[in-house]
Write a protein that binds this ligand. Structure first.
Ligand code: MIG
Length: 817
């Protein structure tokens, strides 16, 4: 389906007539921690935010508008870095501790340099920043080796060089890999040039675009229909520096509840309480782990948000109680389009509080979505967000565990462009404006109100919100799924670069509909997609239509493979949770394109169907139908097959044979990966025995644990351990480097699994004291402590009941020769 919003690729070629570029510098002065530059009537404000982040604003007619951002978290302290001004003839330079910002005077052009003068990013000398009426643009020089990533939710390919993209949140119900725009707007680009990175964040929520050298060979361009030319330059040089610094501006994902990292089952729709209970029963009966079941719009009473169907869901509280007793969370969909109907309490209280958007003539705007004639809350208004948040108080009493916000671009079936009219009025946080200025933040502000509502109702629990639309920073409030994909191999493949770029753009908790939303997957496609989905931060199956898409819907053999894939996710859950905790603190994602950890990898910009999962694992999912092998090139260094422990050299392509059950996963040399026994849901039992999978080589590992749901971790109720491993004089050693937090989250015992050992060791010691060698795993498991050599698995298992801080375990022998 084509749409009116997308694909305006002639943006640059359309004559430059009417465009004015910034002229000569006429005066300048320091102001508010920045440099205010005048070029006749135009003004530019350049403000270092930190030593590595510089903000640029342009006021073509000299008047800056209100300084307001939906994305950037303001630093309350207002602390600004120190910088100096150097003037030399035709330019002046603002110098921070790490950057030089050069402003040439005639004409006024801005470029960013390393301290030694080497240029990182410069305005295009001819055009620079320009405007025509309300439209604004900025042209940058395009380097031959510049490659572009980020941009949030975009189709293929991963590298955006040579493409032009539009940002306009859109209900792209039938998209393909080339459809643009989709549901979200993240005007953030990570630029990679020969292993060095910098970033650019264009914080303008209006309809905007990026043209990464599609129209011009030596320039790239970004701009917007209206709003301010307001961008942030973010220095690297490592891609991870850029991602972390971007997160410092727009916020990182807060630590989600652990249950949301388990397996999630969704469909449009499980349309009665009986059906939901039956699905739950099947999962437990078939021993397929699952944490979450979703209910789609049909649970409502005629699509009225916050209601239940009186017959099919006559006793929601009883339903959620039954689900809770089996360890399931129920997530319910809530749409923004409110049925226009007197007597419906949400409509009535919304009208009373003047919460719905109005047309330019002051009348309520009435459009059309699922409930028929509908009105839309103005989430850009503080009072409306509070009203919306409070609506959850009652709803959540029925025991719903999480909220799914859909249709919040917002989608409106009335017009061909799929959204509400641009002339509709919004409060815009106290600066009334029309829809065009806030369209791209509508969904994010809905998610924000939902998050606040959950938090207000259950102040002790971390909310789980899933949203379709969003803008930069949406990760502060919600997880994101990529909308209505298709059950095809092409869409399975497309999801990888899409989610990798979303992850670079700050959206850590993201996923695509596993199995595909429209259409029906073959058994093979479904299994392969589920296997890929093990590594989606949000692992959710979703579909629409007549056929079931449950893990058991494709026959016995497929069910077995599907169960194995889901079980793998549950085994990896301690690792996933640890890495998500790390992400919440650093802004670095769980799902990582190769370029993030290996920027110098010669093909980093083209590795789009393989990725790092957390800091330690490389995954090469099978993405082709009927595959019997998977071509893999690992990044430089030594790697170990996660299952067999076999060593693999990086940098050389090889073919890994694959069966239908195979998921090619490789661990870094020296990786330490915490895993646990399979459970039917994330909180079924506390970890009894934590397995640490230790791979040959020198490296570190981490384990994070807490109660999985509360904010207790902010008060010290958590455990964080760091380990190290490496070759030692007599063999291999493992050590607990430090342990932080509270003893209650320490596992009852640890199983250290030293992989890649093909000869029986001479001895295993803990702090120099020898442990008992056990003839079988069973014996070892029964003993409090001991070790066992598993010849077949080529590993040494070491069981210890206690692992005190700074304890050292050594596996002694000449076994790696
Ligand atoms: O107009 O609620 O993307 O996940 O199942 C379709 C029904 C509305 C679109 C969502 C999809 C959901 C469906 N919704």
């Amino acid at each position: 389906m084509s749409n009116n919003n997308g694909g305006e690729t002639g943006l640059l070629s359309r004559a430059m007539r009417g465009w004015r570029s910034l002229g000569d510098v006429t005066s300048y002065r320091q102001e508010n921690g920045g440099l205010l530059i005048e070029c006749d009537e135009s003004r530019v404000l350049i403000s270092p935010i930190t030593d590595e982040i510089v903000r640029v604003r342009l006021a073509p007619e000299g008047e800056f508008g209100r300084d307001h951002s939906w994305a950037v978290i303001t630093d309350e302290s207002g602390a600004r870095p120190h910088w100096g001004l150097e003037e030399n003839g035709d330019a002046m330079e603002m110098v921070t501790n790490t950057l030089r910002v050069r402003i040439s005077r005639s004409p006024c052009r801005i470029s960013f340099h390393h301290l030694d003068g080497a240029v990182i990013l410069g305005d295009c000398p001819t055009r620079g920043m320009a405007w025509a009426g309300d439209e604004i643009r900025c042209w940058k020089q395009l380097g031959e080796e510049d490659h572009f990533f980020g941009l949030g939710e975009k189709g293929s390919p991963m590298d955006k060089r040579g493409t032009a993209l539009v940002n306009w949140n859109h209900d792209a119900a039938e998209h393909d890999p080339w459809t643009d725009p989709l549901y979200q707007t993240h005007p953030f680009a990570l630029v990679l040039n020969n292993g060095r990175a910098h970033g650019l964040f264009f914080d303008n929520a209006c309809r905007s675009f990026f043209d990464f050298g599609k129209t011009s060979r030596d320039a790239y361009c970004f701009g917007a229909d209206t709003g301010e030319m307001n961008y942030y330059f973010i220095a690297g040089p490592a891609p991870a520096d850029v991602v972390q610094r971007y997160a410092s501006l727009v916020g990182a994902m807060p630590l989600p509840p652990r249950w949301s990292l388990g397996y999630q089952q969704c469909r449009w729709s499980y349309d009665s309480a009986a059906r939901v209970k039956e699905i739950a029963r099947q999962f437990r009966k078939r021993k397929i782990p699952c944490d979450t079941i979703y209910i789609d719009i049909d649970y409502m009473d005629e699509f009225r948000s916050f209601t239940w169907h009186p017959k099919r869901f006559s006793n929601p509280r009883k339903l959620t109680e039954q689900l809770t007793s089996k360890g399931f969370k129920l997530v319910g969909i809530i749409d923004p389009g409110i049925k226009c109907e007197k007597g419906y309490s949400v409509y009535d209280s919304g009208v009373a509080g003047d919460h719905f958007v109005r047309a330019a003539d002051g009348e309520l705007y009435v459009g059309k979505v699922w409930p028929g004639e509908s009105v839309w809350p103005d989430y850009t208004r503080g009072a409306t967000r509070r009203w919306w948040a409070d609506l959850y108080a009652n709803f959540l009493k029925d025991g719903v565990g999480g909220i799914w916000n859909d249709m919040n671009e917002p989608a409106d079936f009335t017009f061909a462009d799929g959204t509400i009219p641009l002339t509709v009025r919004h409060d815009n946080d106290g600066a009334p404006t029309d829809h065009r200025a806030v369209h791209n933040v509508y969904g994010m502000q809905m998610a924000r109100a939902t998050f606040d509502g959950m938090k207000r109702t259950r102040p002790k629990e971390r909310p789980f919100v899933l949203t379709r639309a969003g803008y930069s920073g949406v990760q502060r409030y919600a997880a994101v799924w990529t909308g209505d994909n298709l059950s095809s191999w092409e869409h399975l493949r497309m999801s990888v670069p899409m989610l990798l770029n979303m992850s670079l753009s700050g959206v850590t908790l993201c996923g695509a509909d596993i199995g595909g939303f429209r259409g029906y997957p073959s058994a093979e496609l479904f299994t392969r997609w589920l296997q890929l989905g093990v590594f989606y931060p949000l692992m959710r199956v979703h579909t629409a239509g007549g056929k079931e898409q449950d893990p058991w819907s494709f026959g016995k053999k497929a069910e077995k493979h599907n169960r194995e894939a889901i079980e793998l996710r549950y085994r990896l859950l301690p690792y996933v949770y640890t890495e998500m905790h790390h992400a919440s603190r650093t802004g670095l994602p769980l799902l990582r394109p190769v370029l993030l950890d290996f920027p110098s990898h010669p093909k980093a910009h083209r590795c789009e169907h393989e990725f790092m999962f957390g800091r330690q694992l490389f995954v090469a999912p099978v993405v082709h139908e009927g595959a019997t092998t998977r071509k893999v090139t690992l990044p430089a260094g030594e790697w170990y097959d996660f299952d067999s422990g076999a060593v693999r050299e990086g940098g050389v392509e090889f073919e890994r044979p694959v069966h239908l059950r195979t998921i090619p996963i490789f661990a870094r040399a020296g990786a330490i990966i915490p895993t646990r026994e399979v459970r039917q849901y994330s909180e079924e039992k506390a970890i009894k025995e934590l397995t640490l999978n230790i791979f040959p080589g020198s490296g570190r590992g981490w384990f994070y644990n807490d109660d999985g749901i509360s904010y207790g971790y902010e008060q010290g109720e958590f455990l964080l351990e760091q380990y190290a491993t490496g070759p030692s004089d007599g063999g291999t050693s493992f050590r607990v480097i430090w342990r932080e937090g509270s003893a209650q989250f320490i596992p009852k015992s640890y199983l250290l699994r030293f992989a890649g050992i093909s000869k029986c060791p001479d001895a295993v010691t803990v702090d120099g004291r020898p442990l008992t060698a056990c003839p079988t795993v069973g014996r070892m498991t029964r003993a409090r402590a001991g070790w066992f050599f598993d010849r077949k698995q080529r590993s040494v298992l070491v069981r210890v009941a206690e692992l005190p801080e700074s304890a050292t375990v050594e596996v002694l022998g000449n076994f790696r020769k």
